[in-house]
Unconditional design. Sequence first.
Length: 404
Amino acid sequence: MSADLVCGLQWGDEGKGKAVDYISENYDVVARFNGGDNAGHTVVHQGNTYKFHVIPSGVLRGCLGVIGSGVVLNPDSLEEELHQLDGSERIVISKRAHLILPSYKLLDQKLEGLKGSKVGTTGRGIGPAYAFKAFRFGVRVGDLFQTGLEEKLSEARRLVESLNVEWIEPDVKHWKEILAPYVGDDYKVLHEAYLDGQRILFEAAQGFLLDLDFGTYPFVTSSYTFTNGVHAGSGFNAKKLGDIIGVSKAYTTRVGNGAFPSELSGDTADHIREQGAEFGTTTGRPRRVGWLDLVALRYAVRVSGCNKIFLTKVDVLSGLDQVGLVTAYEVDGESVSDWFDFSQGALERVKPVVKWCDGWENALVEGKLHKNLLTFMETVEGTVGAKIQWVSYGPSDHETLCML
Ligand code: IMP
């Protein structure tokens, strides 16, 4: 019996979609437990490109896809995703998942306007959906199919209007049609699958550094983005988790605002952004780029319990004479490398200490990883304390090397 987790170790967009698609070959069930359509996974599968927001990409390989209680769901956006599939896929959506009501997007904008320093959200109404849930004014998927829906919507409407935001009536009749075939009980499905000996893969959205508690608050998302979210967001017994597979790019990107110690600008940044097509899947925004930050990565590995790393996009760095790795921060004249323990203000002041590695013209030479890339990977493993088990050197599923 096995239940493992794939989570991002950075600020999202690490290539989790590809990692899950590749790894899910070995699983029967793939489950999401956090976030909503703020996430964007691009998956190239058998020559076709898919863009997923909430549907676990493993459904392409015939896995059962579970959308857990901790997810916030926009049924209109889900409908668009469903159009990419041929209808044979098996999907269960938790009746406890909260709905993203249309007014939440307006509220998301309004909240951004009220902040001195904007978070730079995806504008999908994610924060408001989690806030309404915590206020106990949320409307859940299961409510659509029960008596009392009108009263729940009126409550939400009263709260929305009390915040001077326009109420937009959701088309609940249509939402019911979209969701009816899929509504179920995530924890039961997962528990039964586990007892039945099926292999379960949990797929986190966003990344460790965007976690509501352990990320770079307040420039974070509103959910639990790694191991901490599995139990809360799916009801699956977290004690039964096996491997924690962390996905990291060979460099770092960030969309939205907030400190970014290893950030680059100029030609190297442009090279990486262009080669890596670093533009947001959900918003199209150009991503900020920087060297791989091992101080932050080690923090993510330690707190998440990550024991295996899936390293992505090593090909994007091809052609650079030298490749940087941030191994420490200089703070007020002192070098700090052990724990990532900074307030937002302090993080903005740190200066990265860069270790330079010789670059590689091509990631692969005669079917083997370039020796300079191997040296780069050894430094990463030695510093963060987890093994790199997979290396991805291109967008397609076959452009992946398993290091075992
Ligand atoms: P929200 O999740 O839309 O509230 O946005 C909060 C922060 O998380 C912003 O900085 C977003 O850019 C970031 N964010 C949310 N989802 C993703 C993602 O899937 N990839 C990368 N960044 C994300």
